[in-house]
Design a protein around this ligand. Structure first.
Ligand SMILES: [Zn+2]
Length: 728
């Protein structure tokens, strides 16, 4: 190799490189880079420009003997890396083959070399070979592709570059470090570029050797490239920020996940507690339907309060069960079974529910003044005491005034005072503290918004019961022992407990849960007993002590209360009245012996519950005997309650019950004459027939009857309409 050629090998950078504009398609102009050479360069140097000087593909040119004739920049660089310090001209074709890694070692490299020369030089074929080699730069094994073809036999070169000019350059070898486009396609692109260059009439686009268009060795769109670079840079920035955001979100989500896990564990514990309470330890009854519970929950929210989480959990559990009947109390069958079987525990006598000791009972004994102090405003105590005194002795007790003086505690105060006065509690060893708890819960069980069946009505019934027992001759007749008396007071107290202002007919017509529970049989009255009994069984309300009564006495009191409360269902009115009259057949009115009625009876032979049959029934409609203004006030309250039920019936598309249509003039008040005649007067008459001391009650009833009669005569024809709706 001559010195000039060596210099040429090192100075390939002397070529001129400049961008040109090339029309690559109709209306589209791209920027291209064209390598041209100096007009004075040697023929060898001119030809070397065909070796894509700046191409990343290592391109080397060897003689047919394997000696290096030329190489492009990247190939030269690679040579220096692989053979540091060695002269460039020491690189041969054999050197390249020796750089490769062959399973058979050097022998295989020699075989590959010979095969390549044989293919290219002797057989005149292009030879291609994939060769692994170990890079000296980083020690890693890489793949190279070696393309070899004879320059003077190539169709391309023989067509465009006369072979006679380049006889020394018999082999052009392209050693490519990466698997890029095949050499043929690269040459094709060169041809296309050359044609394009010719199209722009650039004076420098002529090949100075062949006078054919110059070879365009590289073409790219700088504008597009820069735009892509800028987009890539921005995209990288975006991706980096997204990555950071995602990392931050990931941290936050991890924290949230941890928090939710802890909350879930806590909720699971609470849920388990609810379930345990519901299915294992449940000892109270729950007549609310899922819809009632949900509405109550929503109303709590609407009112601005936050319902307890446990309530939400319980609702969720109920509503998520597939077999939940929304209009039936939850676990109705279990509840009923529990009610009948006394839960899972062995049946116990009523007296066993008495928890307090006799000492505790003695310690908690209440005095009436102390009780009043706790419940009534000091300024009202004198009025309350005066009214209480009246309640203990008058058939014309002003219950409305009393209710106004004892808001929220009307029943508690009145009942406690009257039973104390009656003496029924004497020697009973009741836990009076717990009795007061029970009384206050009864107060809370009556809705003040219900026009008639509220705690004021029940207070009036309690007071009338007290009057009948203590001043109507019942105690005096010894018709009742103490358990029956207590049962009667208790019945008066709870006989409308949790009354919703709707009668039994409505509950039955609308398939109310209570109607379903009690098979349409006096659902309200059954509920009053059952619900109040549940309260009574609560530990802080169970006022019986072991010293109070025997189980038989407790049972007697309870039977008496149940009989009386169930008897307040007006559907049973005539049956009860006839039974009473049959049980207490008084002697002929004109008996010569002039015996008092009770003296004529053998009381011991009368069933205990029959002795009490009429007391609460009379007390329940006791307002018939009140002074006329009070009686009218009660009548209009009941009428309003009836109208409200009628309104609901109308809204539900049900037939409106008799006397409950507010659009019809008169309402129930027009039926008063009939009610007095058919129900009221016979009832009070039967009572006073037996207990003559109760005569003032009958007098009061008759006086009111006369008022209605006069009013009826003044306003038109008397309407005699029997009353089927409950009035008490
Ligand atoms: Zn009542």
């Amino acid at each position: 190799m001559s010195e000039d050629r060596r210099q040429a090998l090192r100075n390939w950078e002397l070529d001129i490189t400049r961008p040109i504009r090339v029309q690559t398609a109709a209306g589209q102009v791209d920027t291209a880079v064209m390598h041209t050479v100096d007009m004075d360069a040697s023929i060898e140097d001119l030809r070397m420009t065909a070796m894509y000087l700046r191409s990343p593909i290592h391109t080397l040119m060897f003689s047919s003997k394997g000696a290096l004739l030329g190489a492009n920049s990247s190939a030269l660089e690679a040579c220096h890396v692989h053979t540091p310090g060695a002269a460039v001209e020491s690189v041969t074709l054999k050197t390249l083959f020796d750089m490769g890694l062959y399973p058979g070692g050097e022998l295989e490299a020699d075989c590959a070399y010979e095969e390549a020369l044989n293919a290219v030089v002797v057989k005149q074929l292009t030879w291609r070979h994939m060769q692994p080699h170990r890079s000296r730069r980083d020690g890693k094994t890489k793949w190279s592709m070696i393309d070899m073809w004879p320059m003077n036999q190539s169709d391309y070169f023989s067509h465009h570059l006369p072979t006679s000019t380049y006889q020394d350059y018999t082999t052009l070898l392209s050693l490519r470090m990466c698997l890029f486009a095949a050499s043929k396609s690269l040459l094709d692109s060169q041809m296309a570029a050359a044609r394009l260059c010719g199209g722009v009439h650039d004076p420098m686009s002529q090949d100075p050797v062949t006078a054919t268009p110059a070879v365009l060795v590289k073409q790219y769109n700088i504008t597009q490239h820069k735009e892509l670079e800028a987009q890539l840079f921005l995209r990288q920035g975006d991706l980096q920020r997204q990555k950071e955001d995602l990392e931050q979100v990931s941290v936050t989500m991890q924290e949230e996940k941890l928090r939710l896990q802890q909350e879930a564990e806590k909720l699971a514990q609470q849920l388990q507690a609810v379930l345990n309470d519901k299915f294992v330890r449940r000892n109270t009854f729950d007549a609310e339907t899922p819809i009632d519970k949900t509405l109550g929950y929503l109303e709590t929210i609407i009112s601005g309060s936050t319902p307890p989480l446990q309530q939400a959990l319980e609702l969720h559990t109920i509503l998520s069960q597939s077999d939940t009947n929304l209009r039936q109390p939850v676990g109705l069958e279990e509840q009923l079974l529990m009610g009948r079987m006394g839960s899972d525990e062995a049946p116990q006598p009523w007296s066993s529910y008495a928890h307090a000791t006799a000492e505790a009972a003695a310690l908690t004994a209440f005095e009436v003044p102390t009780f009043l102090d706790a419940l009534v405003s000091p300024s009202l105590i004198p009025d309350v005491e005066r009214l209480l005194h009246t309640a203990d002795s008058s058939w014309q007790f002003d219950v409305f005034a009393f209710a106004e003086a004892t808001p929220g505690h009307t029943l508690s105060v009145l009942f406690f005072y009257l039973v104390k006065q009656s003496g029924v509690l004497d020697g009973m060893y009741l836990d009076e503290g717990k009795l007061c708890n029970f009384l206050q819960k009864m107060d809370c069980g009556y809705d003040p918004l219900t026009p008639y069946h509220n705690s004021t009505h029940v207070a009036s019934v309690v007071q009338m019961t007290h009057m009948l027992l203590c001043h109507g001759g019942i105690i005096k007749s010894k018709a009742m022992d103490r358990p029956l008396m207590w049962g009667t007071y208790w019945a008066a107290l709870v006989h409308d407990y949790e009354h919703g202002g709707l009668n039994n007919d409505f509950l039955v017509k609308t398939a109310h849960p209570l109607a379903i529970t009690y098979s349409d049989q006096s659902p309200l009255e059954h509920h009053h007993v059952a619900a109040a009994t549940r309260v009574f069984l609560e530990p802080d309300c169970m006022y019986f002590t072991p010293q109070s009564w025997s189980p038989e006495e407790v049972g007697m009191a309870r039977n008496c209360a149940i009989t009386q409360i169930l008897g307040t269902d007006m559907k049973k009115h005539f049956d009860i009245l006839s039974r009473f009259q049959a049980a207490f057949k008084r002697p002929a009115v004109h008996s010569a012996h002039q015996q008092t009625p009770h003296q004529s009876l053998e009381w011991d032979k009368v069933k205990p519950e029959d002795k009490t049959l009429l007391v609460i029934k009379c007390a329940d409609i006791g307002h018939l005997a009140a002074d006329h203004n009070t009686h009218k006030r009660w009548s209009y309250k009941l009428e309003e309650e009836f109208f409200r039920q009628g309104d609901r019936e109308r809204a539900l598309g049900l037939p409106i019950s008799p006397l409950m249509n507010r659009d019809q003039a008169g309402g129930m008040t027009r039926s008063q004459m009939g009610f007095f005649s058919i129900v009221g007067i016979p009832l009070f008459q039967a009572l006073t027939d037996l207990f003559t001391d109760a005569q003032p009650v009958l007098d009061g009833v008759l006086a009111n009857y006369k008022h209605w009669e006069a009013a009826s005569q003044a306003s038109g024809p008397q309407l005699k309409k029997a009353v089927s709706a409950k009035r008490c």
